[in-house]
Design a protein around this ligand. Structure first.
Ligand code: SAM
Length: 282
């Protein structure tokens, strides 16, 4: 049985629309009305939502750069008996959004945490993508650091499950180009502006997407749903494995550890990889 603090209030993780105010649920509205205060990623964005709902409620800000201090203050208030709704600018808090840390903190203090479910761009995109949905992996945002981004993608070369990524429009083209060089010309669904007036799902290939967005600068919010690896020959080749070993080495791994990890994760012969890596380091 879960142990919770009887004297404390509750932290409600409240999902809000990702573009269509018609998606506000009854429970979302009632929870925002009933809590003592709201912790918001951007209080200006949440104020618009509250004005739409005709709700007046005290707000505190809880965002990426004040998580530690603000999170503790919020937890203290809940421990003293207040109820708090956590909301972010759009969608489900804690999913590529601030929230993960405060949930962890509240759990460690035996504060009850409960979800008021609703829109979440990953699930919405996956459901309408036309890609296999039975098994998928959510990869969030790729790093803005080119080397880390490529390493992340190389680690996914043999991934058989459908892969879902978030991406900002100004980084989309670079990300698609890096995906093309890591995965080859895979099929993908580019899900854009979900639930909004200009919602679009473009079923295409990585090469076509690179060509298209080179000519047409991307606008709006995107979720990328990429088909997993289907062919054995799509699995990581020796050149890609060596690149991954080199990246792990530059991050401080020993040659032996890097080879062991890449060979076990990507099904490449450990001896062949070791020999090739030794040669490439000579
Ligand atoms: N927590 C949110 C959720 O539950 O979906 C995600 C927040 S994350 C900071 C923002 C990213 O979600 C965007 O960069 C985009 O990749 C995706 N996203 C959010 N709204 C979207 C929409 N209406 N259409 C497509 N993608 C969206």
């Amino acid at each position: 049985m879960e142990w919770t603090n009887d004297m404390s209030g509750t932290l409600y993780i409240v999902a809000t629309p990702i573009g269509n105010l018609g998606d506000i649920s009854n429970r979302c509205r009632k929870t925002l009305e009933s809590v003592d205060f709201i912790a918001a990623e951007d209080t200006r964005v949440t104020l618009k939502l509250l004005n739409h709902l005709d709700i007046k409620k005290p707000m505190v800000s809880y965002y990426e750069h004040n998580r530690a201090g603000s999170g503790q203050k919020i937890a203290d208030r809940i421990l003293a008996g207040e109820n708090c709704a956590l909301v972010t600018d759009a969608g489900t808090p804690a999913i590529s959004d601030p929230g993960e840390d405060i949930v962890k903190l509240c759990r460690s203090l035996a504060i009850p945490v409960t979800a008021i479910p609703g829109p979440c761009a990953i699930i919405d995109a996956l459901a309408i993508s036309g890609m296999p949905t039975q098994r998928f992996t959510f990869e969030g945002f790729l790093s803005t650091n080119g080397k880390n981004r490529r390493q992340h993608l190389l680690e996914l070369v043999g991934e058989k499950r459908t892969m879902v990524f978030y991406e900002a429009p100004h980084k989309l083209l670079k990300t698609l180009a890096d995906m093309l060089s890591a995965f080859g010309n895979r099929e993908l669904a580019l899900c854009r502006e979900l639930t909004k007036l200009h919602e679009e799902v473009r079923l295409t290939s990585l090469q076509e997407a690179v060509d298209y967005y080179t000519e047409n600068p991307p606008r709006g919010e995107f979720v990328l749903v990429i088909r997993g690896c289907t062919e054995p020959e799509e699995e990581m080749n020796m050149e890609q494995a060596l690149e991954l070993v080199a990246q792990l080495r530059s991050d401080g791994s020993s040659l032996k550890d890097a080879v062991k990890r890449v060979s076990s994760e990507h099904g490449i012969s450990k001896n062949d990889l070791y020999d090739a890596a030794v040669k490439s380091e000579d």
